[in-house]
Design a protein around this ligand. Structure first.
Ligand SMILES: NC(=O)c1ccc[n+]([C@@H]2O[C@H](COP(=O)([O-])OP(=O)(O)OC[C@H]3O[C@@H](n4cnc5c(N)ncnc54)[C@H](OP(=O)(O)O)[C@@H]3O)[C@@H](O)[C@H]2O)c1
Length: 369
């Protein structure tokens, strides 16, 4: 099968998840991130109850008229054959699944990411499934603050308001520590600094939004964050350490922004989410096979669910009237049903938030005020 045919086949398969979710449920198996990387699953969130039993993408309320920005929504589906890394299966980005579902519900979706070719492909696949979809691509490199500023300034000339911002893009690091042009380690630069800057830039547009929402993507790996004195992994680096710190910081930022919005009466509804573990490009295009992440994927591919199921917690947080501002949502079972997850940064939040805000304000020249 050619790549194009494989993708078309996958598009049809993805469409069917909206029609018959049961077929996909049978394909998935769940595990917390901790289980997947062999930490004993002590914090397995699946013990929690779903806050929305049976909720799926078909339950997303109409998004007609809403302008939704999704960072990194260009991860079009790819079928991986057997005998290679990652293990065989269909892989796609969670942000792509968000864009597909939200465009299908009538939103005006802006996919903001680096790779324009993948962006074009994402748009054509989404339009193939939803011919009336209003979706476009905008270049954004979160590792480069000039690019974040340029994107935000462009957006201000294009739209009067932003109703939803999904801070989805990320890297889980590379085998060796890499830095951006400003000398910042890349997990920190992309996942945390870039999203802090973007959110600060877009706050005025969000505050003009209709029931505005911001969703920050964190990860179960946040529980592995320990050395908060070494946010840029200068002392010692592994992809897991760098990624965990960046994702713990995201939890702190989400909580901090929600608190500021509540206290100031901005009306911006802020949540954090994680997808459990899902078949995406995060590991193959980042730390690769010889990493904690890669070994986990190789030894337990069955624990990585289809990304359309991993996306449900974010879609719920971004759209459902029952989603609570300040909450941290993630899957609680094999079906990707959404529940409240343990916030692994809660204990350090009040101590870290001011330090983090100060550090990020110094780096970006911006703030959440
Ligand atoms: N998959 C999992 O099991 C898992 C588990 C826990 C949390 N998460 C979280 O879920 C979110 C989505 O990740 P994913 O799993 O869907 O991974 P993915 O398939 O690798 O998607 C990541 C996206 O981020 C974009 N991106 C990377 N660097 C960027 C940059 N410098 N500027 C702008 N965009 C950039 C990529 O776009 P380009 O190709 O254009 O660079 C890509 O679209 C992430 O926040 C991740 O931490 C995933």
């Amino acid at each position: 099968m050619t790549d194009h045919k494989k993708l078309s086949a996958f598009s049809r398969a993805t469409a069917s998840v909206l029609i018959d979710r049961r077929r996909f449920l049978a394909l998935s198996a769940t595990a917390s991130f901790a289980a997947a990387i062999g930490t004993g699953a002590e914090a397995q969130v699946s013990a929690n109850k779903s806050v929305a039993p049976g909720w799926s993408a078909v339950d997303i309320p109409s998004q007609a008229g809403r302008t939704i920005v999704i960072t990194g929504g260009n991860g079009v589906p790819v079928t991986i054959p057997t005998g290679t890394f990652p293990p065989s299966g269909i892989y796609s980005g969670l942000g792509y699944q968000d864009a597909l579902a939200l465009a299908g519900k009538g939103a005006n979706v802006i996919i903001a990411s680096r790779n324009a070719d993948k962006g074009r492909e994402a748009i054509s696949l989404i339009k193939a499934q939803h011919p009336g979809a209003n979706v476009r691509f905008e270049p954004l490199d979160l590792s480069d603050l000039a690019s974040v500023t340029a994107f935000s300034e462009r957006l201000r000339t294009q739209v009067d308001r932003v109703d939803t911002l999904i801070n989805n893009a990320a890297t889980a690091g590379t085998p060796e520590r890499k830095v951006n042009g400003a000398g910042q380690e890349l997990c920190w630069a992309i996942n945390t600094v870039g999203h802090f800057s973007l959110t600060a830039h877009l706050l005025p547009l969000l505050r003009k939004g209709e029931s505005p929402r911001v969703v920050f993507l964190s990860s179960g790996a946040a529980r592995r964050a320990k050395d908060f004195e070494d946010l840029q992994t200068e002392k010692d680096y592994t992809p897991l350490k760098a990624y965990a710190l960046s994702k713990a910081a995201i939890l702190v930022l989400a909580r901090d922004l929600n608190q500021r919005s509540t206290e100031a009466g901005w009306g911006v509804h802020v949540t954090a989410t994680h997808p459990g573990t899902a078949k995406t490009f995060l590991i193959p295009s980042g730390p690769g096979p010889d990493s904690d992440f890669g070994r986990s994927l190789t030894s337990h591919p069955e624990r990585f669910k289809p990304s359309e199921l991993g996306a449900l917690s974010t879609l719920f947080a971004a759209t459902d009237p029952a989603a609570q501002a300040g909450a941290y949502y993630g899957p609680v079972n094999d079906q990707g049903e959404v529940g409240i997850s343990e916030d692994h940064a809660a204990a350090i939040s009040s101590k870290l938030a001011p330090q983090l805000h100060e550090e990020l304000a110094k780096t970006t020249g911006q703030s959440f005020f």
